[in-house]
Write a protein that binds this ligand. Structure first.
Ligand code: ADP
Length: 418
């Protein structure tokens, strides 16, 4: 197959796009033009035209090529194609008695579309000079060709009008959609503001409830306290859980609104990892989890807000502990990669299914059917993501070592040497 032909796959694709070819199944003798041609002098005809045969998939000419001839289709079928052949736009099909490439006769411009044979085709090539001679010696043929050209021009002007109308309608619809989008955004903003306000106002009553429970513990007589300790514990734990939810929601809302002040300074990850490890050591010991902090001494300080990154690491460690089975292992590591340090928390828990690995960083997203030691609110990872992004870094999750468990990793910029 040479470069003048389509590959079999390209040809199949074009054929697959053929819709209604029925109207092209005429034979050459049906065409008035061809009937007129039969009446002119055979010798003259042979000097003015050259017969060419094309196999299916063969180009008659390509878009962009210079053209100096038009073609009269004697038999077979060709397709008029524009653009990339991977995803072509089919402008139409031409069959016996029809002409293609006629623009080249009228103006000296590159071909605006490609013509490809879709079945065995016989075409008569008529060059520019040949056409002029044909006009002089057989004006009726010239008139016939002119008639075809004018019909095609009329067709394209109707198409342009239709396109203009369709374009105007599309613009109207786009404008309507834009207005709807604006209204939806506004609605979403109002709802967000309202829920932020409610959450904010929940803070005070929750503080009062917690305070009242603490007071009761202090003032109630010992026997009454003993009889009601379980109820007080339940109330305190429920209020505490609600308070944590409110705090997390407010944190995330403030981070999203860019209202959180960041205090960037050089931070030693070695110390931070040790501090977070110490704070969570008891929980891990109780579950028989082995902990390993692996931040080599040569990892340079990072430019970070220490308190916020401490919370990110604590969230990741808490999650790792929630999901790692007894006798499992958690590793907190740091390593340099170019201008960045990659910090990671790896566990030997159930891992995160690949299709959930982006979603779990969204508000309230949780993996369905998982079994943590304690159920959270689905906000911790959203906080981590927003915080890391505020540092110009990126956070992601992948499978842990040997495909077991998960590794949550994020990047932080290396602090510039003073
Ligand atoms: P939650 O408070 O629910 O833990 P997060 O935003 O911290 O909220 O985590 C979102 C979800 O991601 C969790 O509910 C859980 O389904 C999944 N997840 C997070 N960390 C782990 C982990 N280390 N192992 C397995 N699943 C995890």
């Amino acid at each position: 197959m040479n470069s003048q032909s389509l590959t079999p796959q390209e040809l199949d694709r074009l054929r697959g796009m053929q819709s209604s070819l029925a109207e092209l199944h005429g034979v050459a003798s049906d065409s008035p033009l061809l009937q007129q041609l039969a009446s002119i002098d055979r010798k003259l005809w042979e000097t003015l035209t050259t017969e060419r045969r094309y196999a299916p998939g063969e180009f008659v000419f390509r878009e962009g090529e210079a053209g100096d001839a038009m073609y009269l289709i004697w038999s077979g079928r060709v397709v008029v194609v524009k653009g990339d052949l991977e995803c072509p736009t089919i402008l139409g099909y031409r069959g016996p008695g029809q002409i293609v490439g006629e623009m080249a006769i009228l103006e000296n411009r590159p071909r605006v579309a490609s013509i490809i044979a879709v079945e065995e085709s016989r075409l008569l090539r008529i060059g520019r000079e040949g056409f002029q001679e044909l006009l002089q010696n057989a004006p009726i043929i010239g008139m016939s060709i002119m008639g075809m050209l004018s019909a095609r021009l009329r067709e394209s002007s109707i198409m342009r009008q239709v396109n203009n109308q369709a374009g105007r309608q599309l613009m109207r619809q786009v404008t309507e959609l834009q207005t709807e989008k604006q209204q939806l955004l506004e609605l979403q903003r109002v709802r967000q503001e309202t829920s932020d306000l409610i959450i904010h106002d929940l803070r005070n009553p929750l503080g009062v409830i917690n305070g009242a429970i603490s007071m009761l513990r202090m003032v109630l007589p010992v026997e009454t306290l003993g009889d009601n300790r379980e109820l007080l514990d339940m109330a305190e734990s429920a209020a505490g859980r609600m308070q944590r939810l409110v705090e997390s929601l407010l944190d995330v809302a403030a981070m999203e609104a860019g209202e959180v002040q960041m205090n960037f300074a050089p931070v030693r990850l070695q110390s931070l990892a040790a501090a977070v490890g110490n704070r969570t050591a008891l929980q891990m010991r109780m579950s028989g989890i082995t902990f390993c902090a692996d931040v080599p001494e040569d990892v340079p300080p990072v430019q970070a807000d220490e308190e916020k990154i401490d919370r990110v690491l604590t969230n990741l460690m808490d999650n790792a502990i929630k999901y790692t089975p007894n006798e499992g292992r958690i590793t907190l590591a740091g390593r340099v990669e170019g201008e960045q340090v990659v910090v990671s928390v790896t566990d030997t828990g159930p891992g995160i299914p690949p299709q959930e690995r982006e979603r779990i960083f969204e508000r309230f997203a949780q993996v369905a059917g998982d079994k943590p030691r304690r159920r959270g609110f689905g906000l911790g990872l959203t906080f981590c993501k927003l915080t890391v992004q505020a540092h110009g870094g990126r956070i992601w999750v992948e499978a842990g070592d040997g495909g077991v468990g998960s590794r949550f990793a994020f990047t932080l910029p290396v602090a510039e040497a003073a």
